[in-house]
Design a protein around this ligand. Sequence first.
Ligand SMILES: [Mg+2]
Length: 406
Amino acid sequence: MRLDAAARTDMNRLIPSAHMHDPIITAIEVHEYQYSLRNMARDYNGFNMVYAPDEKLELKGHILCIHTDSGLVGEFSGGTLAEYMTLPMFAQYLIGKSIFERERIYSDVKRALRQVARIGIGPVDVALWDLAGKYFESPIYKLLGGHKESVPCYASTYHGDENGGLSTPEAYADFAEQCLEIGYPAFKIHGWGRAPIAQEVATVQAVGNRVGGKMDLMLDPACEYTTFADAVKAGRACDDHDFMWYEDPYRDGGISQFAHRKLRQLIRTPLLLTEHVRSLEPRIDFAIAEATDYVRGDVIFDGITGAMKLAHAAEALGLDIEFHGAGPAQRHCLAAIRNTNYYEMGLLHPKAQASNDTPLYKDGYRDSLDAVDPNGHVPVPNKPGLGVEIDWDWVEKHRSGVTKYA
Ligand SMILES: [Mg+2]
């Protein structure tokens, strides 16, 4: 079809006038805020968050904002302080760049941060995707080629406690049954820190006996087991109850390809490793070494750009990617690809507030036990960018610091 000059002019008018040139990054801000979780504390080593009646856990959150000369602002909320510590190393590199140069930025920053474990690219990349979505007035999952409007969740528990919450194998079984009744199609156990392996095995058995066959089940010791022998024992319990996956069992920290290849030879339950292996290549090396069955991806570590590269690399191997953690960016990634199964809803507990259930978003977006529909799905935000609206009044009230790079 040939277009005359008038028709071409009309088509150009479809592009909003503010968008006549690519927006340029002018400044970056990191906002830090404080919030607390009721009835929560840390367990024996000061790391795991566990249920503790009448206690309060003080936590810090972060929001990255990328400002542009067009007035559009890209926002990402999430990540620990560590993710923001490297920003002074590449903030000046970002200033003046087009918001659309994500591939160049991914490649350059990956190189620049090679001596600091490539920590810090994720939040910047997600905020750039938020900007792209806002510029094109499209939710991110549609820019990625996605079509799913909702995604199925697994209920991902807090670690076990000794305070009358998730304190016994039966308590986990009760909670799994509660999640099944709510609509969850899957349930993942985070066990105890420092528990005897017999107690971990008993939990797999109790949950398996109660809801096996009715839900997909997963076990994630989060690297708490101190020996390979314990990892084999719990893995064999998972075998007996047809668990869907077994994740990061023991104290190598989830990084030994050799050990997990050996573990795969001794048990039948599929492994899910690479949560603690950052970036694309080592994760794929793990799969090629036959040291994992599912591939773990993380938008906070690698951004949406890195996570989608991994999703497609896993697809090329015929494998599925499972995204770590809850958040709007994870929902968009899940909605955009075929080879994935579940959204990680959590961390959850029968008696305590979910770990991500804060009033940060004012548009109804939530990650909590009761955020799922009767089929155990959550919606994929359908507004431009990440599709969520940060409640800046709430952030203002809870802000504990802001750093600006310009
Ligand atoms: Mg995990």
